[in-house]
Design a protein around this ligand. Structure first.
Ligand code: PMP
Length: 429
């Protein structure tokens, strides 16, 4: 694989952008290949500036459930682009998107658009604190909710891969209000609530954690969280930035049959443009400015292009009921293919999958929380990643990320990927 132009581009980028990238994981820090610089994408494929083609399982880290450059999304974007890029004034389309999300997700009665997942979770915490009049927040080790101060504690994703769960520059005074708990650990949560229950504003969770690979919460754990937060008057906040409209059309909350108090969104609801949102119960959301006193704002929030990409994506998902069944089937075949390859070759792997989110760990033990996730042999993953890339399969350059299957992946893509997986695993033994 020739990456000469990408290498040169990366060297130049490093002169002007910290690490050459605008988000850490893109630098391929944990692996020994240079990141390909991407020129374009179409459907399930991306193309780099050296002319290499890849089957893409990153999908811009989740938003592109329909694949790259979906024709209807592009067409709508073109139309809106002609009318202007931003007004900083209300548009009807914003209400259409808000209404659609409220119709799809039963626990969301009102919603506020922001520009990223980070903003969504950060604002949700402020709202939970204001609503309850309390300061403490509980988050789970290995869950990632973006890079705001309160939440950059024992985080997953890039913060996990790079070994800096706590970033310098995060004031201890702020983090003292964040309690880190073990994922899927009911006993641990019980004792946290026994000790701090009347001071806890909210519990924020990735219901299916996608930032330590793929680790679903158990039904019992989610049920327990719903009950204990209610009992102590704390809010339950679902971070569905990744799982929203990904693991099911009605989001992860429908898989668990749970109504969280606040839900954070991002990724898919922006259709590949910069978007986040937080929504929930009317009496809670009514506290947000200017309806209420909790301040939160954004120059580009509800941006016409971003809202259009999201709205079109959600409408396509709503109107094509087969999409999720097909995603499930393709993803199941991929997972099963990987499992059979591991067996044939005699290498121990564990694949966790929820719908079209998949992660393969190099371990023999069940992965159900942070401690079990980090038992995976990272060196093996890194080598595996490189062997896959050489064969034109673009996975996340880190063990602790999910692979995303999109509606545009064909059975041919899936079969090619299973073959590549076989070849890559073979190289590891
Ligand atoms: N929450 C979750 C669950 C995420 O996966 C991410 C990003 N991967 C975020 C929040 C932060 O979103 P953003 O990168 O858009 O700020």
């Amino acid at each position: 694989m020739n990456l000469l132009k990408s290498k040169k581009a990366f060297e130049e980028a490093k002169q002007y952008i910290p690490g050459g990238v605008n988000s850490p994981v893109r630098a391929f820090n944990s692996v020994s290949v240079n990141p390909p610089f991407i020129k374009s994408g179409k459907g399930s494929k991306i193309y780099d500036i050296d002319g290499n083609e890849y089957i893409d399982y990153v999908g811009s880290w989740g938003p592109l459930i329909l694949g790259h450059c979906h024709e209807d999304v592009m067409e709508e974007l073109r139309k809106v682009l002609e009318t202007g890029t931003s007004f900083g004034a209300p548009t009807e389309r914003e209400t259409e998107l808000a209404k659609l999300i409220c119709e799809i997700v039963p626990s969301v009665e009102m919603i506020r658009m922001v520009n990223s997942g980070t903003e969504a979770t950060m604002s949700a915490l402020r709202l939970a604190r204001a609503y309850t009049g309390r300061d403490l927040i509980v988050k789970f080790i290995g869950n990632y909710h973006g890079h705001s101060d309160s939440l950059l504690v024992r985080a997953g994703s890039g913060a996990l891969t790079h070994g800096v769960p706590d970033s310098p520059g995060v004031p201890a005074d702020i983090v003292k209000n964040t309690i880190s708990a073990k994922y899927n650990d009911i006993q641990g949560m019980k004792s946290i609530f026994e000790n701090y229950g009347d001071r806890i504003a909210g519990v924020i969770i990735e219901p299916v954690a996608g930032n330590m690979g793929v680790v679903p919460a158990t039904q019992e754990f989610i049920d327990f969280l719903r009950n204990i937060t209610k009992q102590y008057g704390a809010l339950l906040i679902f971070d569905e930035v990744m799982t929203g409209f990904r693991v099911a059309f009605n989001c992860a909350s429908s898989l668990y049959n749970i109504n969280p108090d606040i839900t954070c969104f991002g990724k898919i609801i922006g259709g590949g443009l910069p978007v986040g949102a937080y929504g929930g119960r009317r009496d809670i959301m009514a506290r947000v400015s200017p309806a209420g006193p909790v301040y939160q704002a954004g120059t580009l929030s509800g941006n016409p292009l971003a809202v259009t990409a999201g709205l079109t994506t959600l409408r396509i998902l709503r109107d094509n009921s087969k999409i999720y069944d097909e995603l499930e089937e393709k993803s199941r075949i991929l997972e099963e293919g990987f499992r059979q390859n591991s067996e044939k070759i005699g290498i121990q792997t564990v694949s966790n999958r929820v719908g079209s989110m998949l992660c393969t760990y190099f371990t023999s033990e069940k992965v159900y929380d942070y401690d079990s996730a980090v038992k995976s042999d990272i060196n093996k993953y890194n080598k595996y990643f490189e062997e896959m890339l050489k064969q034109g399969i673009y996975l996340a350059p880190s063990q602790f990320e999910a692979s995303f299957i999109s509606a545009s992946h064909t059975m041919e893509d899936i079969e090619k990927t299973i073959k590549a997986n076989y070849n890559a695993l073979k190289k590891l033994v």
